[in-house]
Write a protein that binds this ligand. Structure first.
Ligand SMILES: [Fe+2]
Length: 331
């Protein structure tokens, strides 16, 4: 861009001499922005003293369209320039200066340097993006593997007293729906869906004679059975990922009661919300399904029982959310 047509012709001649052909010359500074937006050039040669918009005003107009990471060089063309104007041009986005009258060698040298720098910059940016993409997909793979292992661990634990493996899945599903109805963040809802699968993982450490006993447990057997919460939490403890941390929390607290009469005696809000949610989902699923020592309750009766326990065994807000979930589903 130079308002002086003979300067433009001169520059074109120099470029042609060096076999550059992808250039566009204009002499009206008001055309810079529309032309820029249409052609997305790799380099701008810009005069400073021009009618309509001077070079500083053009740079100001362009700057919102040139993000810093774009690395688009502006080469300022100028006759004798003061150091104040130079400073101003650099601040406005200029990367180098060409002094008129032009010296062909100097023009080509500057242009080549700036184009090369831009290319290297873009290559680097590309490489960085590729690397970031790789890291992202590796992280996703890692997470996927971790989920798979945890799901298998949950299955292994459950296989001993329910060889279908459906209980943990249903509890995870229901817990996620309750979390959703409580308006927890989506990330948390998904964490709870997966972490809830492991709520009874500590049962791996409970002997068959207790776990599979058809009749009522003796007090000693029952207190042994209760240790599945702390055993599970121990197995899952020290995890670095949020999923393991949430699973540990749920394993430890899913038998806590709102009124403080649960396994560990935690009460109310001191019980982590994930534990309070899984407590409801776990009991509801146990009631509505057959166990060695009891038959399945009708759905309506199980819902009533959960409601009756609001404020006693269960957090009233969680029960409210649970009711929204069961009243919305029609299975
Ligand atoms: Fe349990």
């Amino acid at each position: 861009m130079d308002d002086n047509a003979s300067n433009v012709l001169l520059l074109e001649g120099i470029l042609q001499e060096e076999d550059y052909s992808a250039y566009l010359s204009i002499t009206d500074s008001r055309q810079v922005l529309p032309i820029f937006l249409e052609y997305h050039p790799d380099l701008i040669l810009l005069d400073l003293q021009m009618p309509y918009l001077n070079g500083f005003e053009v740079m100001k107009q362009l700057s919102p369209h040139i993000p810093p990471e774009a690395f688009l060089p502006i080469l300022v063309l100028t006759a004798d320039i003061t150091s104040e104007a130079k400073r101003q041009a650099l601040a406005g986005g200029a990367m180098d200066f060409l002094t008129k009258p032009f010296d062909a060698t100097e023009v080509i040298l500057r242009i080549r340097n700036l184009l090369q720098t831009r290319e290297l910059h873009l290559q680097l940016q590309n490489q960085n993006q590729l690397l970031e993409q790789k890291v992202r997909s590796r992280t996703a793979e890692l997470e996927e593997t971790q989920n798979e292992i945890l799901e298998r661990l949950a299955l292994a634990a459950e296989y001993r007293d329910d060889d279908t493996g459906e209980h943990t899945k249903r509890v995870g599903q229901m817990a996620a729906q309750i979390a959703q109805a409580l308006c927890l963040p989506q990330v948390e809802v998904e964490l709870i869906r997966r972490a809830a699968l492991l709520h009874d993982v500590g049962k791996i450490g409970i002997p068959d004679s207790i776990l599979l006993k058809p009749g009522k447990l003796s007090p000693e057997e029952f207190s042994h059975m209760q240790t599945h919460t702390t055993r599970g939490a121990q197995m899952l403890s020290g995890g670095r990922f949020p999923l393991l941390q949430r699973a540990e929390e749920i394993a430890l607290t899913h038998h806590e009661r709102w009124d403080g009469m649960g396994y560990l005696g935690l009460h109310g809000d001191t019980i982590p919300v994930a534990g309070r949610i899984v407590a409801v989902a776990d009991v509801f699923d146990a009631l509505t399904n057959k166990r060695p020592y009891k038959k399945a309750w009708p759905r309506a009766e199980a819902i009533e029982e959960v409601q009756r326990q609001s404020g006693r065994q269960f957090d009233p807000r969680v029960v409210e959310a649970f009711l929204k979930v069961v009243n919305n589903s029609h299975d």
